[in-house]
Design a binder for this molecule. Structure first.
Ligand code: NIG
Ligand code: FE
Length: 392
C-alpha cells in the first residue's frame, strides 16, 4: 500500500472479467472498490473489505458502474479527407465496394505528416473519451513504401498496437497488375516497414486480394516477424476466415458472411472472430451471425473499425448497442467482447480485465451497471476514464 495510490470506492457494479473475483464470466461485483497505483491494479474487492490505509487518495464514484477500459482491436485512423458523400450516396441506394478505398488513398498520399498525425490524435482522443484505453491502428491508405512507412510512424505516435495493412486494395498505379503489387509488398514494403509494426494484415475479399495473394503477403509478414490478422468475409463468402485459421492469425475481422465450415474452423482454432457492427451498419450490410459463433465456442471480439469508408465511428458503446440489438449478443457477451475479447484479439494479457497486476485501465459509467451501455444507446455514459492509472 502506498500514499501515492488511489482508491476508487462506491462502485455500484464492477465488471472485472475475472470469474474468480465475482459472478459469471464478467466476474461482476456489487458495492466494490479498486485500488490503482504505479499504473496497475493493486487491489480489487468488496468495499467493506478495503484494507486500512490502502491508498492516499479516495475517489467515491457514488454507485456508478466501473469496467475495464475498452480494447478496440481494429481501427484505420491514419487517413486524409473523408467520404461523407459516398456515405450519402449509399444511403440512397448505391452499393459499397472496396474501390472506395482508393479515394482515401489519394487523400492520404496528399496529406502532410502533420495533418495525418493531427487527425489520428483527434480520433484517438475521441475514442478515449468514449472509454477506449487500447486502440489498435492500421496503415493501409498509403499503399506505397513511402506512404505506408509514414502511416506507420503516425500510428506509432498514438498507439503501441500498430498494424501494417500492406495489402488493402491495389492502388491505381497497379490497376490490372495486382500480382505486381503483391510482389512489391513482399520484396520492398514488408522489409522496409516490418521493424516498426507488430501485426501484418490483408483485405482478403473480391475486389481486394485473392486467397493466394493474401497468403503470400501474410507469410512474408510472418517471416519478417509480424503476427497475422485478416480482413475476411466482409462482403461475401470467401477464403478469409479459413486462411486466418490456417495461418494461426490472432484475429479475423468482419466475419459477416460465414458458412458452417467457417464457424467450425474458428471453433477448432485459436483465431479470434472480431465483429465490426459499425461497418455493417454504415454499409447497410447484413450483420454477422454472432450467435452461431458464440454458441460454437468461438472467442468473439467487438471493435469499432473506425475508418472514413465503412465505419466512421470511434464509439465502442455504439458497437455494443448494435451487437446486442442487431446481432443478438447478450449485454454481458457484448461487454466481454469489447474488453476481454479485444485483449484476446491483440494477444494481450495486461488489459481487458481488472485483476491485480493488470494495467489500471478503467471506465466509469454515468449509470449503475454495464447493461446501460446497450440499454441507453446514443447516450454519452462514459464519465471518467483512467489509462495506465492516469485520468485522461
Ligand atoms: O475494415 N474492409 C476493408 N477495409 C475497411 C474499409 C476501408 C474503406 O472503405 O476505406 C474496413 O471496413
Ligand atoms: Fe477494417
Amino acid at each position: 500500500m502506498s500514499a501515492g495510490w488511489t482508491l476508487i470506492d462506491g462502485i455500484g457494479s464492477l465488471v472485472t472479467n475475472d470469474p474468480e473475483a465475482g459472478e459469471g464470466r464478467l466476474g461482476l461485483l456489487r458495492d466494490a472498490a479498486v485500488v490503482i497505483g504505479d499504473g496497475a491494479v493493486q487491489w480489487v474487492g468488496p468495499s467493506a473489505r478495503v484494507p486500512d490505509g490502502a491508498a492516499g487518495t479516495r475517489i467515491d464514484v457514488e454507485g456508478r458502474a466501473v469496467l475495464p477500459g475498452f480494447v478496440d482491436s481494429h481501427s484505420h485512423t491514419v487517413f486524409g479527407g473523408d467520404r461523407a458523400e459516398e456515405f450519402a450516396a449509399r444511403m440512397t441506394g448505391a452499393a459499397y465496394g472496396a474501390g472506395g478505398i482508393r479515394t482515401t488513398i489519394a487523400a492520404t498520399r496528399a496529406a502532410s505528416d502533420d495533418a495525418l498525425s493531427a487527425n489520428a490524435a483527434r480520433l484517438a482522443a475521441e475514442a478515449r473519451a468514449q472509454g477506449t484505453t487500447t486502440l489498435e491502428i492500421k496503415t493501409g491508405y498509403g499503399q506505397t513504401v513511402r506512404d505506408e512507412s509514414r502511416s506507420l510512424d503516425v500510428a506509432a505516435g498514438v498507439s503501441d498496437e500498430v498494424t501494417l495493412l500492406a495489402a488493402h486494395v491495389a492502388p491505381p498505379e497497379y490497376a490490372g497488375r495486382q500480382d505486381d503489387y503483391v510482389a512489391m509488398v513482399i520484396d520492398e514494403m514488408i522489409p522496409a516497414c516490418a521493424p516498426r509494426a507488430k501485426w501484418i494484415d490483408v483485405f482478403c475479399e473480391e475486389g481486394a486480394f485473392t486467397e493466394e495473394q493474401s497468403r503470400a503477403v501474410l507469410t512474408a509478414g510472418m517471416a519478417a516477424g509480424l503476427v497475422p490478422r485478416v480482413h475476411g468475409n466482409q462482403l461475401s463468402y470467401g477464403a478469409g476466415v479459413r486462411l486466418a485459421v490456417e495461418l494461426g492469425a490472432a484475429s479475423v475481422d468482419h466475419v459477416t458472411y460465414t458458412t458452417d465450415a467457417d464457424v467450425e474452423a474458428l471453433a477448432g482454432g485459436s483465431t479470434v472472430a472480431t465483429l465490426l457492427p459499425g461497418a455493417d451498419f454504415s454499409t447497410r450490410n447484413k450483420y454477422p451471425d454472432a450467435r452461431a459463433l458464440l454458441d460454437a465456442g468461438v472467442t468473439v471480439a467487438l471493435a469499432a473499425d473506425c475508418n472514413p469508408g465503412t465505419s466512421y465511428t470511434t464509439s465502442i458503446p455504439f458497437c455494443i448497442a448494435l451487437a446486442v440489438r442487431e446481432m443478438h449478443m447478450s449485454p454481458d457477451e457484448a461487454v466481454w467482447a469489447a474488453t476481454a475479447g479485444g485483449a484476446a484479439a491483440l494477444r494481450r494479457t495486461d488489459v481487458g480485465a481488472l485483476r491485480v497486476g493488470m494495467r489500471a485501465d478503467l471506465t466509469v459509467l454515468d449509470a449503475p451497471s454495464h447493461l446501460h451501455l446497450a440499454y441507453r444507446p446514443g447516450v454519452p455514459l462514459v464519465s471518467r476514464v483512467f489509462a495506465g492509472g492516469a485520468e485522461r
